[in-house]
Ligand binder design. Structure first.
Ligand code: UDP
Ligand code: MG
Length: 172
């Protein structure tokens, strides 16, 4: 079943490696908590260079791109992130508001980035503890990059069934 209400949005949240290594997961989840922001997918991911580069493909020409990839793949902190899909009315902007401005020095002190973010002194990269999608089309692209349909509690985008020959691991 796809989401029927067209006003319902989805957004991808990533608790970045600095958020993990500084044990901020609980605080971040508490700040994001809202009766109309429902978690429909969640997992811990070891970030590969491939997925990091695909995620930030639109920033490829930026001078900080290589350092950003180092940061998100965990070269400076934990080598994992927590990915969450939130569902709800207006959830994209609500989460962006709670996250705060991209630059932690500009983020209001009561936002996640304002409270917990910092600028990495050696590279100038904004270690801002959390990623959140900017708009509907970016959210769809990002959610489809990080999650398979089965990992989300219902089909938030159209799906098709295919048989593949990939080997999978099973518990012995
Ligand atoms: N970033 C940075 N320096 C900049 C702009 C961005 O280090 O001048 C990093 C920061 O971690 C940010 C990420 O790159 O969260 C993605 O940048 P974007 O402009 O998409 O900001 P966001 O959507 O995360 O607020
Ligand atoms: Mg962005």
């Amino acid at each position: 079943m796809e989401t029927e209400n067209k006003d319902i949005e989805h957004t991808l949240v990533i608790i970045k490696p600095d958020g993990i290594s500084r044990s901020l997961t609980g605080n971040i989840l508490a700040m994001l908590s809202h009766p109309e922001s429902i978690i429909v997918g969640a997992k811990v991911v070891k970030v590969t260079r491939e997925i990091a580069i695909a995620h930030y493909a639109h920033l490829k020409e930026k001078p900080f791109f290589d350092e950003l990839i180092d940061y998100i793949t965990g070269n400076w902190h934990a080598n994992r992130v927590i990915c969450l899909v939130y569902e709800g009315n207006d959830v994209i902007q609500r989460v962006r508001n709670i996250a705060g401005a991209t630059n932690p020095e500009e983020a209001l002190p009561n936002t996640i980035r304002g409270k917990y973010g910092r600028i990495h002194s050696k590279t100038g990269v904004f270690e801002n503890t959390i990623h959140c999608s900017e708009n509907k089309s970016e959210a769809e692209r990002e959610i489809k990059l990080w999650f398979r349909p089965e990992e989300i509690v219902h089909n938030i985008y159209p799906v098709e069934s295919k048989t593949d020959t990939l080997e999978h691991l099973y518990w012995k």
